[in-house]
Ligand binder design. Structure first.
Ligand code: NAD
Ligand code: MG
Length: 382
């Protein structure tokens, strides 16, 4: 079991819930990191006494240094400092809860330093899955999924013989706009898209859920984690978010993992595997649930899901491009510069115009494809 962790993205939705788990089980936290929310970081420093706290924004780091001058925590600043948190000597496990492809290099630093990874940052695998998985193998470290669906699949797989899985059934809530038509989605607002029916999460993933890009990213994430192809991954909507995912075995038995919609269950499993310890999350009471409803996803209205599947089938750098285009588009949507349906529009155009695909991909290829995709989108006037 993990004894000492470094939390990348400690001020976010996953990061703060990971701290609940660490406190409950006496897991030591030796490093914290954030983009710029130093008010939250200061409180965390005073509670957890990490050796270092790393802040991307240099001005925010300066202010934090002054604010915590009376503590023993050293404040480091800049993008590179996140790598320090990723390879800090004391940690046996690094929890990567950074949002976006910014999490890729820290993931690689943690692996190179021989740390086990609890990975929430799905963009790491979508953009750089080939490199990440080969380095995990090379270094012999463990990669534990935190994303609730992937944790569910990982839990279902415990005790199943190798090669016994026929299909992975990834469940989805359907997001804020389940059942809507394209016409109805044209003018939805940022506020509407940020209202998730079941989960409380960071802004980017909440928008991704509303476009179903999140499920598309998760199909790609599952393909790397469980070594399966697009055709062997089904997506099924479970409106209540009670079934977190399932596997169908070769004999057609189906195993599912159920629970309340509380990320502290998958976070804890990633940190304490293979133990099953008491959780800060509440217990599921199925007698209080009116029913469970299931639907097939609407691939035409929620085009991002189809686009991710297509990117996965094409392989190479296509998933990197889809992810970069989506990150750029979501940022524009959150600033109200584009409409909701421009998000799939931008992802589709970026994939359509990309012509630098390769099979033998280097880290440089990934970083270049990401940068070039964002550059092309930024060049347009929005
Ligand atoms: P969030 O926006 O709440 O938090 C993001 C964290 O990353 C913050 O601490 C922020 O300071 C830090 N950060 C942002 N930009 C950074 C950068 N450039 N460099 C370093 N740190 C940076 O996001 P979240 O909802 O906690 O999601 C984090 C990751 O976990 C995402 O990849 C998301 O898809 C995944 N995830 C989240 C949930 C959830 O319930 N929130 C569930 C499954 C998976
Ligand atoms: Mg998920």
């Amino acid at each position: 079991m993990t004894k000492n962790i470094s939390i990348l993205g400690s001020t976010g939705s996953i990061g703060t819930q990971a701290i609940d788990v660490a406190k409950m089980h006496g897991i030591k936290v030796c490093a914290l990191s954030a983009n710029k929310r130093i008010d939250i970081l200061e409180k965390q420093i005073r509670q957890l006494h990490p050796r270092i706290a790393c802040v991307v924004d240099k001005d925010a780091a300066k202010a934090l240094k002054i604010a915590v001058a009376d503590t023993d925590t050293e404040v480091l600043s800049g993008e590179e400092s996140i790598q320090e948190a990723a390879r800090i000597e004391e940690a046996d496990t690094v929890l990567n809860a950074i949002v976006g492809v910014a999490g890729l290099l820290p993931t690689l630093s943690a692996i190179d330093a021989g740390k086990n990874l609890a990975l929430a940052n799905k963009e790491t695998l979508v953009a750089g899955g080939s490199i990440v998985m080969s380095r995990v193998k090379e270094k012999g470290v463990k990669l534990y999924p935190v994303d609730s669906e992937h944790s569910a699949i990982f839990q279902c797989l415990q005790g199943c013989p190798e090669n016994s899985v026929k299909k992975i059934i990834l469940t989805a809530s359907g997001g804020s706009f389940f059942g809507k038509t394209k016409e109805e989605l044209k003018n939805v607002t940022v506020k509407q898209a940020l209202t998730h029916p079941n989960w409380s999460m960071g802004a980017k993933i909440t928008i991704d859920s509303s476009t179903m890009m999140n499920k598309g990213l998760e199909v790609i994430e599952a393909s790397w984690l469980f070594d399966v192809e697009d055709k062997d991954i089904d997506v099924l909507i479970n409106r209540e978010s009670i079934i977190h995912s399932m596997i169908q075995l070769k004999d057609n038995a189906v195993i599912a993992q159920l629970g309340t919609a509380d990320m502290r269950i998958p976070i804890q499993y990633a940190l304490t595997y293979p133990e099953r310890l008491p959780s800060p999350a509440g217990a599921l009471d199925l007698s209080q649930i009116v029913g469970l409803s299931f639907y097939k996803p609407d691939y035409e209205t929620f085009e991002c899901l189809s686009l991710c599947r297509e990117a996965l089938r094409r392989g190479g750098l296509y998933p990197t491009v889809a992810n970069a285009a989506n990150e750029a588009a979501v940022a524009l949507f959150l600033k109200e510069k584009i409409g909701f349906l421009d998000i799939p529009g931008i992802v589709s155009e970026s994939l359509g115009s990309f012509n630098g695909n390769k099979t033998d991909i280097s880290l440089e290829d990934i970083l270049n494809a990401d940068k070039e995709t964002r550059k092309q989108i930024a060049l347009r006037s929005w």
